[in-house]
Design a protein around this ligand. Structure first.
Ligand SMILES: [Zn+2]
Ligand SMILES: [Zn+2]
Length: 542
């Protein structure tokens, strides 16, 4: 690194105490490894993308910080309190990625199954690669293994090509619509950070690392969140922990936050459940959010210089801005606790309101059936009998008592779409003329429509996936619905379609409104978790 000038404001120092005692290699690992790095307390460290695809990023070191060009602690620049920096890219190159079609995912200890499946695919003439994610967490006398192996086949140049391939051999796949990114070349470029008052500049290839002084925070000014998604905006946001600036896969500027899993959860849980929810529900939410963090780490963003994003794709995180004492307490009271089923980490998915019957994980997203996530009634009976096309109408009209039953507009709902709205939406993806019939050709264990056939005056078209159909039909609250037509002749588009439905969200795993109701009925957080993930046990990992 070059420290172009030394003035009183900013000093080049040989060495300073750093948080987490990280070496440059640890820091580079955090950027590109898909495995978890641990801090000295044995807590996983995670990197979360705050923003990317930027021309410049401005930040303020509120209580002072140390900047490490190239992430190398032997060359440090001290930035006093309240100095403002602008980071830009001087020249950069995008990275290259290959996309593999993901066929199956297994816990890493199922080695003979993985070997057999690998052979199965290569015998069929496919190029095969195994992708590992997760971690081995060593505890006194015990090892918790959260690692998974995803089998990837037939690498393609683009994500779309891999997805097309998935469509062609869909009936042979256990995962639905999933691809794995393999970075072939990393993005690269020169970062230039300039301090506003002094004009001092730091130039560094690929990475500038920032460690705030003890307990201090860093403010990113006018940060763009949700880049590339329909829901996005700009605002100042404050972050605790280390930050780094680097080149994103697209060759543009990105910023990420490095912090411990527990610190991240304190920032995440307030966005996932009302901070006023009963304490036992907040604790159950903390454990499920921790489980999601650990199951997702390394399985997404494989070619990006960070592990997770701060949007709904991973988990919504807005720094210290949203932190609340009640949710922080729930996180701290359940510190390190994770749910296991046998030796496997439970994939603790959750959604707002199940509608009285949760959905089976494998029905919604594919993969092998998970014994703790088969779908069940959301009441004391936890009856796992699947709903069918025949009894769904009665279930919607006269639901059994349900923990989430009090959430009127979410538990049961009714919406209308005009015949024209549906015809237009479907014809945008397939020219089938006026849509006169909508029929679910496959439903999950909770009656959620997983595949829907649209028939029009000029043909028919099947749309796969509960979420894709909800989106196509103008944003239905859940996939648990029945539809009736009104007006028009049977072979023409009706005047209106009426959808009667139940629940809000995918409905797999914990029902958040149900969990709040259970807590109000004096259930503890572990009883709530055992109801939503039957057969699982809590273990403390750190
Ligand atoms: Zn993400
Ligand atoms: Zn429910």
């Amino acid at each position: 690194m070059k420290c172009t000038a030394i003035i009183a404001l900013i000093l080049c120092l040989p060495s300073l105490a750093q948080s987490y005692d990280m070496t440059r290699r640890d820091r580079m690992n955090i950027l590109y490894s898909n495995q978890v790095v641990f801090d000295r307390r044995g807590e996983p460290l995670v990197s979360v993308r705050l923003t990317e695809s930027q021309e410049e990023i401005k930040f303020k070191t509120r209580g002072g910080a140390v900047l490490m060009p190239s992430g190398d602690s032997s060359s440090q620049v001290r930035s006093p309190a309240r100095t403002e920096w602008t980071v830009r890219l001087e020249s950069s190159q995008a990275g290259q990625t290959r996309w593999w079609l993901a066929t199956e995912r297994f816990p890493a200890h199922k080695m003979s199954t993985i070997a057999a499946r690998r052979l199965h695919w290569s015998d069929q003439g496919y190029e095969v690669k195994l992708f590992e994610a997760g971690a081995l967490i060593g505890l006194a006398g015990q090892t918790l293994d959260t690692r998974t192996i995803t089998i990837g086949i037939a690498p393609q140049k683009t994500r779309l090509a891999a997805l097309r391939m998935a469509y062609d051999i869909a009936d042979q796949l256990s995962l639905k619509d999933q691809v794995v990114a393999e970075p072939v070349t990393r993005p690269s470029g020169w970062l230039v950070a300039r301090e506003k008052r002094s004009g001092i500049e730091i130039r560094s290839k690929d990475l500038i690392w920032l460690t705030p002084n003890d307990g201090q925070t860093t403010k990113i000014i006018d940060l763009e969140w949700g880049h590339g998604t329909p829901k996005r905006g700009r605002m100042d946001r404050t972050y605790a922990g280390d930050l780094y600036f680097t080149v994103g896969q697209d060759g543009l500027l990105a910023a990420a936050n490095v912090l411990s899993a527990e610190q991240l959860l304190e920032g995440v849980v307030p966005s996932e459940l009302y901070t006023s929810a009963p304490m036992e529900a907040l604790k159950a939410q903390s454990v499920t959010a921790r489980g999601q963090l650990l199951t997702k780490v390394g399985t997404r963003h494989r070619s990006d210089p960070y592990l997770l994003c701060a949007e709904t794709h991973c988990q919504v995180y807005s720094g210290t801005t949203k932190k609340h004492p009640r949710t922080s307490r729930a996180v701290q009271d359940t510190r390190g606790q994770l749910l296991f089923h046998g030796d496997d980490l439970v994939d603790t998915t959750y959604s707002s309101t199940c509608g009285g019957h949760s959905e089976a994980f494998h029905k919604m997203w594919g993969g092998t059936p998970l014994p703790y996530s088969m779908g069940q009634l959301d009441n004391q009976t936890a009856d796992p009998t699947p709903l069918t096309e025949e009894n769904l109408a009665q279930f919607l009209e006269q639901p059994p008592p349900s923990f989430c039953g009090k959430r009127k507009g979410l538990f049961r709902w009714r919406v209308k779409r005009t015949g024209r709205e549906v015809t237009e939406a479907v014809n945008r993806i397939a020219a089938i003329g006026d849509v006169h019939t909508i029929a679910a050709v496959e439903r999950g264990h909770s009656g959620r429509a997983l595949r829907v056939k649209y028939t029009g005056t000029r043909g028919s078209h099947v749309v796969d996936g509960s979420y894709n159909n909800r989106k196509l039909l103008g944003g239905l609250r859940s996939g648990m619905w029945l539809v009736k037509r009104r007006g028009g002749t049977p072979d023409s588009a009706p005047k209106t379609w009426t959808f009667r439905g139940g629940g809000f969200g995918h409905g797999v795993g914990m029902c958040q409104h149900g969990a709040m109701d259970m807590a109000q009925r004096s259930n503890t957080f572990d009883a709530i978790l055992k109801h939503y993930y039957p057969g699982s046990t809590l273990k403390r990992a750190w």
